[in-house]
Design a protein around this ligand. Structure first.
Ligand code: SF4
Ligand code: SF4
Length: 435
């Protein structure tokens, strides 16, 4: 087995904290205002195609671009465009955003209709038109993922239902509540991409989801459910591909190079819904949780809804939040304001209270080696930490900091509380700048 993956099936045992596992998703009322940024995906930002004072409807195109790596963005509400203004994403990218004051009528765009799909080309075109991106967090445009150059060598679809981040339960709810959509999406992708088999990977701490999906695919010869050990980060793309197929996505390569297309359960479910209804990606199911939230639950919210409005729908704050996260505690992004809007690839909002954010003092590395043992990719976090702090770009390159997926396992186990994943992130930036 190549060394990159010699420990891929290890992981760290994190507290699951799946408090909302039994909370069926509830659709929240349409907020007064949404803010829809023109970048919600990996790749180039869209340019707004609407202007201030335009009336818009649900599913209407708001922004698009000719850039290869991008995905169009649609209105999640009906109402009036009240501003087009600069927006800084939680990741620090700058783009325009379309601000819409809603009319609460949710009038659908009259041009919408289910796409006609009779070929792979039709499917790819439809997926792009829908604005679909990886909904598990990565935000990679799905139409590009479904168009690998070596499609003739791709034979397996891997569906990611691991949901290994603590607190988040929306994918599990989706597997219970939208089982048929997931199965339909699998059928469509396997048919038009001529894939011979499909593996649905789910962690063992979701027995209900495993049972529901197993029953739903019981008549499908080439589709199976794989129960995975509940160890973080089983849901990382390279890790689940390895566990599901035994294949390694080598350094600098894509899943397709290993003969695999990997999709999250939410992405495949939305694909099926779009083919049936013609409604693009305009809303999201997500988990709202954390010690500061009065009534944690799974909700369905229009894209562009502010964190504040979503938390308000969950009973409001019961204590002052000390940390707001978009995503899970291991890989989520910390934001400084609850003004931030829901983006396509957000799967959780966590508002942690004082108890959950007790500050810990970072101390010097004691060379215990725990971070080395924890890294699923056999990287050397302590050495990368040192190289980053010395500004040693050559060493960072030699240590392959660019392979770090920022899963946070190393930081989690470090007794000196070193922010190793963050230093790797900054180290990668240093490498990019050096180029
Ligand atoms: S954050 Fe990077 S270095 Fe740390 S365990 Fe994950 S992959 Fe390894
Ligand atoms: S886990 Fe922390 S203390 Fe131990 S070797 Fe790694 S960086 Fe040093």
């Amino acid at each position: 087995m190549p060394s990159l993956f010699s420990k891929a099936l290890n992981g760290v045992s994190v507290k699951h904290c799946k408090n909302t596992a039994s909370s069926a998703a509830v659709r929240m009322p349409v907020p007064d205002k949404v803010v829809i940024p023109m970048i919600q995906h990996m790749g180039a930002p869209c340019e707004p195609v609407v202007k201030v004072k335009d009336t818009v409807t649900v599913g209407q195109l708001l922004g698009d671009t000719d850039a290869f790596l991008s995905a169009p963005i649609h209105s999640s509400v009906s109402g009036t465009v009240t501003a087009i203004e600069d927006f800084i994403t939680p990741g620090g990218d700058k783009c325009k955003s379309v601000v819409i004051t809603t009319d609460k009528l949710q009038t659908p765009c009259p041009d919408l209709a289910p796409p006609v799909v009779n070929s792979r080309e039709d499917l790819i075109k439809a997926v792009r038109a829908c604005g679909l991106v990886g909904l598990g967090g990565a935000g990679f445009p799905t139409h590009i993922k479904l168009s690998p150059k070596n499609l003739d060598q791709v034979d397996t679809l891997v569906i990611n239902g691991a949901e290994c981040e603590p607190y988040i339960t929306c994918d599990m709810r989706l597997m219970l509540e939208r089982t048929a959509s997931i199965v339909e999406g699998i059928k469509v992708v396997m048919k038009y991409l001529e894939l011979g088999s499909c593996v649905i990977g789910i962690e063992s701490n979701k027995p209900e989801a495993i049972a529901a999906m197993t029953e739903a695919v019981s008549g499908m010869e080439n589709v199976r459910v794989l129960t995975m050990k509940a160890l973080y980060p089983r849901g990382a793309e390279k890790v689940i591909i390895y566990e599901a197929t035994g294949r390694v996505v080598e350094e600098g390569k894509l899943p397709a190079d290993a003969g695999v297309i990997a999709m999250n359960v939410a992405t495949i479910s939305k694909l099926a819904d779009y083919l049936q209804t013609g409604m693009p990606l305009v809303e999201k199911m997500l988990t709202v949780d954390g010690g500061s939230v009065a009534e944690p639950k799974n909700i369905i919210a229009p894209i562009g809804t502010s964190i504040r409005d979503m938390i308000e729908f969950c009973g409001g704050y019961k204590s002052e939040p000390k940390k707001l996260l978009m995503g899970g505690p291991m890989m989520g992004i910390s934001v400084y304001s609850d003004d931030f809007p829901l983006l396509k690839n957000n799967n959780a909002i966590l508002a942690f209270d004082e108890e959950q954010c007790r500050p810990v003092k970072e101390t010097a590395c004691i060379r215990c080696g725990r971070c080395l043992r924890a890294c699923p990719f056999d990287l050397a976090p302590a050495a990368m930490d040192k190289a980053y702090h010395m500004g040693n770009v050559d060493k960072l390159r030699e240590l392959k900091v660019n392979l770090c997926m920022e899963c946070g396992c190393c930081s989690y186990v470090c007794p000196a509380h070193r922010e190793l994943a963050m230093y790797n992130k900054l180290g990668k930036r240093l490498l990019r700048e050096a180029k």
